[in-house]
Design a protein around this ligand. Structure first.
Ligand code: FAQ
Length: 334
């Protein structure tokens, strides 16, 4: 505890020293680099608020990938065939890999993985609201791949052009893998929708439960988004939350129609003049409730992460002991 308090004071001192070097000239030069589409790299000078925004977004993204393994991991032992099991196992392992790339990208900004994980486990950092919903049937695995990964791709393709180099590069690989995830989910839905009446009903039930929470993945409406304006100026984000949500709806409604499924929105209509599918109102009170910890699975998801942290303590201890053992002779030789 004592050393953590010291570390925290050191971090705050380093932050204010960095902020002290932010002259208007320096800030303008930084903004000009961003405008010129130059990538900002870890050793480059950057405004403290830019660094903090990236740490916040990248770490919350990493937490989402790791927490997001839970809902689908729940179905690995119950996948209906060996082929489905192999694909789901690979997908869940990919999500873990995404979390690891993202923690590594966040670490390039001078924050330790231990601190980031601690922020998650103590409830100081968020993760995506979508992972607080339960997976009740096999069709949910199809719906997650189709809709959740579909939404993740829509949000993450523009992040491949993020101004911060390590995040942008991590996103390129992540998006390739997400695209396989989306395909495997949609293929599960196609199979169910071509199956028996009971299978079609299971697919419809999954769409009914996941549709609205997936729309909330894109974040609050633009008028209420605290960070969008500044993140767009810094070219961290390239589109607003509502802009990406609209792109997702436009891409997904025809996919649902192909499946013969009904989007659970009586107000959904195509606006000919705008060329967009317009949805009815989103229940933002539910979004706020889930963010505040009141979703069906919030407690279960965090408990799973805390248990994993405890169960993995011996692995971290062993890795530290191994590193110390090998560092000692190297130090002596030097
Ligand atoms: N859930 O001002 P804004 C995936 C928070 S990965 C929870 O609009 P911003 C792969 C936001 O953090 C899914 N919190 O914020 C997968 C902020 O709180 P703060 C994750 C949310 O950052 C698939 C506050 O509300 N993807 O699915 C949510 O400009 C299948 C105000 O919001 C990413 O993280 C939410 N839905 O825009 C894995 C992508 N929305 O930090 C397993 C990267 C907003 O001030 C299985 N992130 N908040 O305390 C982003 O693009 C952005 O951070 C947004 C939010 C768009 C999520």
């Amino acid at each position: 505890m004592y050393s953590q308090a010291l570390d925290q004071r050191d971090v705050q001192r380093a932050d204010s020293q960095r902020e002290a070097g932010e002259s208007p000239d320096r800030l303008a030069r930084f903004q000009a680099r961003v405008e010129a589409e130059e990538k900002i790299e870890p050793n480059d000078w950057m405004p403290e608020a830019y660094r903090r925004t990236l740490v916040r977004q990248i770490s919350q993204h990493a937490h989402s990938e790791i927490v997001g393994m839970g809902p689908e991991g729940n179905w690995i032992t119950r996948a209906p065939s060996l082929r489905r099991k192999a694909a789901l196992l690979a997908k869940v392992q990919d999500e873990c890999g995404h979390g690891v790339y993202l923690y590594a990208a966040a670490e390039t900004l001078g924050v330790s993985r231990e601190e980031l994980v601690d922020q998650l486990l103590t409830g100081r950092a968020k993760y995506s609201s979508i992972f607080n919903y339960p997976t009740l049937s096999w069709a949910d695995i199809g719906a997650i791949g189709w809709l959740v990964d579909g939404a993740a791709i829509m949000n993450q393709i523009p992040l491949c052009r993020c101004s911060y180099g390590p995040y942008a590069r991590a996103m390129i690989r992540v998006c390739k893998e997400e695209s396989f995830h989306q395909r495997q989910g949609y293929e599960i839905m196609v199979t169910l929708c071509r199956g028996t009446a009971a299978q079609r009903a299971m697919a419809q039930d999954a769409l009914d439960r996941w549709w609205w929470p997936v729309l909330m993945m894109f974040g609050p409406p633009d008028a209420e988004s605290q960070h969008s304006d500044q993140s767009m100026r810094w070219k961290i984000k390239r589109f607003t939350n509502d802009g990406l949500r609209q792109k997702f709806v436009d891409a997904t409604v025809p996919q649902a129609r192909y499946l013969g499924l009904a989007i659970p929105d009586p107000d959904l209509r195509f606006d000919e003049a705008a060329g967009h599918w317009l949805t009815g109102p989103i229940d933002w009170a539910e979004f706020r409730r889930v963010l505040a910890g009141g979703g069906v699975c919030n407690r279960q998801r965090l408990e799973a992460r805390r248990r994993a942290q405890q169960d993995g303590a011996w692995v971290r201890d062993a890795a530290r002991a191994y590193a110390a053992k090998h560092a000692a002779p190297a130090r002596e030789a030097a």
